[in-house]
Write a protein that binds this ligand. Structure first.
Ligand code: ADP
Length: 192
């Protein structure tokens, strides 16, 4: 099973991605985590992307594609993935489609859109900022990340809706309630 989580910062993609990957024994691929690991390890990629992360801007497509596509294909060969953070724009989704073929198809079976009100998002991220130390959890950068989501990522929902794979989830509620709605929404995709 190949699941893609789409949602604004603070919508719970990371939490739900973790839960779903454990429940269905799928590899959880969180591109923000992969990029932050590169930054911490001071790799050439890390040095190239650090400023984008700090500003809340998307890193260039070629960088993220080279980093994540091999991991995705590996996961597909092993039975599927839970993807959190990629594709993050229609352009990136097209790359996934173009790089796929009948033998190795990396396109998602289901796209879970976590819908959360803006007030709730800001509240959650500022709460998280007290316990985690992410350089992009300041009010100005949060606001930029929300704008980047609206402009670059939200159009992906329509892109995948045309392909009939979107499940929209009201994610304003508790982690457990959101997880239950996601699993219900997957219907026949869920293995018995
Ligand atoms: P959030 O969804 O809370 O903003 P993430 O951890 O998913 O956080 O992403 C953090 C940052 O990593 C993004 O603001 C962006 O700079 C970068 N990033 C993650 N995934 C991608 C991607 N697919 N394309 C470009 N940049 C990305």
């Amino acid at each position: 099973m190949k699941l893609l989580l789409i949602g604004p910062p603070g919508s719970g993609k990371g939490t739900q991605g973790q839960l779903l990957s454990e429940r269905f024994n799928l590899l959880h691929i969180a591109t923000g985590d992969l990029l932050r690991a590169e930054v911490e390890a001071l790799t050439p990629i890390g040095k190239e992307v650090v400023d984008y992360l700090d500003r809340g801007e998307l890193v260039p497509d070629d960088v993220i594609v080279d980093l994540v596509m091999p991991v995705i294909f590996d996961a597909v060969e092993k039975g599927g993935y839970v993807l959190d953070g990629f594709p993050r724009s229609v352009g990136q989704a097209k790359v996934v489609r173009q790089m796929s073929d009948d033998d190795l198809n990396a396109t998602p079976d289901a796209v879970i859109y976590l819908d959360v009100s803006r007030d709730e998002l800001v509240r959650r991220i500022l709460e998280r900022a007290k316990v985690e130390d992410r350089s992009d959890d300041t009010e100005a950068v949060i606001s930029n990340r929300l704008q980047v989501f609206e402009e670059a990522t939200h159009p992906l929902v329509s892109y995948y809706r045309l392909r009939g794979v979107v499940r929209t989830i009201n994610a304003n509620c508790s982690e457990e309630e959101v997880a239950t709605s996601i699993i219900e929404s997957l219907g026949d995709l869920v293995p018995n």
